[in-house]
Ligand binder design. Structure first.
Ligand SMILES: [Zn+2]
Length: 294
């Protein structure tokens, strides 16, 4: 009997579109992409819990928001760039449909290691070393930007797959360790997309403008709140075309590509934060690619 239970405790991989499905002794669930690495977000689906949103979910100390659809529940699972690789529990809490009793499911999700690239850049020294008053301004601005991610719309504002805001090539990768003028200074917490000055920047998904302002390093910046902790960030704009509090739809123009702040040429720095986790925005496109627009 023990052996039989052991045999039932198996992993079954179905390799289509990079999605992997698993069945353990009690649940059938899937993850897209199949391998979730540090600094990425994946789409988790489970088909054998009641298709009403569970009361609560948690993964890596962050809330997980489930959405019903097609007889399954799906949720974004973000893994912050600083998370060590390993197996982490995803807990799903819900009320039993008939008896109203509380049920908690725990699923072990594997987080893969990822070797982030190293980028060496030579910049004018004044773009790397700052006098004290500028350093103070940079620190204050960082606090102000980080505070934006604390306040999110409780309802889901995004809809269907996320899109790339500018069509150009990726010229700076997410997570790269940046050696500026021979010294390791910072991690690159977004992707850089090439674009000529004035190219319209499209909203990666629907949401509300949480911030539109000017910053020393980031330049003219817009932060879009997509609800339930999902934010996308757009920096170095030549100009922003939106105001804080404004509702926007996926594909709307939010401004134009520029080179404001610390930028050596026109490009869009695009970032994503999910419930405080810094993730590669390109992985948000990949994770949501199969979700149809409503
Ligand atoms: Zn950048």
């Amino acid at each position: 009997m023990k052996a039989l239970i052991f045999v039932l405790y198996f992993f079954l991989a179905i390799g289509f579109s990079g999605t992997v499905s698993y069945a353990d002794e009690s649940h059938v669930w899937s993850l897209h992409p199949a391998k979730l690495a540090i600094g990425q977000v994946g789409l988790f689906s489970i088909s054998d819990v009641p298709a009403t949103p569970p009361k609560a979910g948690a993964f890596l100390g962050r809330p997980v928001y489930f959405h019903p659809g097609l007889g399954r529940l799906t949720a974004l699972l973000p893994v912050d760039i600083s998370t060590p690789p390993g197996k982490y529990p995803l807990t799903i809490e819900y009320q039993h449909v008939h008896h109203g009793t509380k049920k908690v499911i725990t699923i072990q999700v594997e987080v893969q290691p990822y070797e982030f690239p190293v980028e060496e850049l030579t910049l004018p020294e004044k773009m790397v070393t700052f006098p004290e008053e500028i350093l103070k301004r940079i620190q204050d601005e960082k606090k102000a930007v980080d505070a934006v991610f604390e306040k999110t719309s409780a309802s889901l504002l995004w809809n269907g797959g996320f899109i790339k805001p500018v069509a150009g090539d990726i010229v700076g990768l997410f997570g790269s360790r940046r050696i500026l003028n021979g010294e390791e200074r910072s991690r690159h917490l977004g992707v850089d997309i090439r674009g000529t000055e004035g190219t319209p920047i499209r909203c990666a998904n629907s949401g509300r403008i949480a911030l539109a302002g000017d910053f020393y390093l980031l330049g003219s910046t817009v932060i879009l709140d997509h609800g339930q902790g999902v934010f996308t960030i757009y920096c170095h704009l030549s100009k922003a075309a939106v105001k804080e509090g404004q509702q926007v739809a996926k594909g709307d123009s939010l401004g134009e590509v520029g080179a404001t702040g610390r930028a050596t040429g026109p490009h869009l720095h695009w970032g994503a934060v999910i419930c405080g986790a810094r993730v590669d925005p390109l992985s948000l496109i990949e994770a949501t690619a199969m979700i149809a627009d409503k």
